[in-house]
Design a protein around this ligand. Sequence first.
Ligand code: COA
Length: 190
Amino acid sequence: MELGHLSLLLYIVLSAWQKMAVPQQSATISIRRATSDDAPGILACLREAFEDYRQFYTPDAFLDTVLTPETIHERLAKTIVFVAVSPSRQIAGTIACNVVNCDEGHLRGMAVCPAWRGTGMASQLLSHAESELRRRKCTRITLDTTEPLKRAMRFYEKHGYRRSGKISDFFGMPLFEHYKQLVREDTPGS
Ligand SMILES: CC(C)(COP(=O)(O)OP(=O)(O)OC[C@H]1O[C@@H](n2cnc3c(N)ncnc32)[C@H](O)[C@@H]1OP(=O)(O)O)[C@@H](O)C(=O)NCCC(=O)NCCS
């Protein structure tokens, strides 16, 4: 085979490999702070992400999780909400965070639409929220899960969250607290 043909073949193989190795979806999303205009998109995303779990939730717990046109505005006013926007401008993922006290930050309302799961979008959203809380001087982050959210539990575990042992009542469902101690970025060896 001539050298020119060999280079061309190598180029085609490398391009194909690159396309397979990098999830195309995660490369094209953008993450930004949500505004009140995003309320309908966030509601749709939460509904879609939690729909499979509805049967395992009490009705009140489900509503408090997926929010309503009224409660979404309270969430937007009281917490910092991020959205992941797809190339077609759809809100494909979201996460909210707020500072609870002088050193603790809390995460809530994390959701990624089924079509975008496993693309890295969830990790990017989590990283945005953690950076925001770190910037606001939090050294510990807490979040809660419920029993049916096995995939979320696995996801948080993978990102360094552990169960604190605190269990509270969430509209008739056990709510499990998880936490992560943040390592200061200027700590040697971190
Ligand atoms: C939680 C959520 C945001 C994570 O996003 P994601 O794109 O699914 O996350 P990832 O694919 O990076 O990680 C999920 C992990 O769970 C694993 N997983 C998949 N299905 C699972 C299941 N049924 N049980 C346990 N783990 C499961 C995945 O394999 C992956 O682990 P791995 O990377 O070690 O293989 C998303 O699944 C979601 O929106 N779920 C519904 C809403 C929700 O639970 N929100 C959290 C509220 S606390």
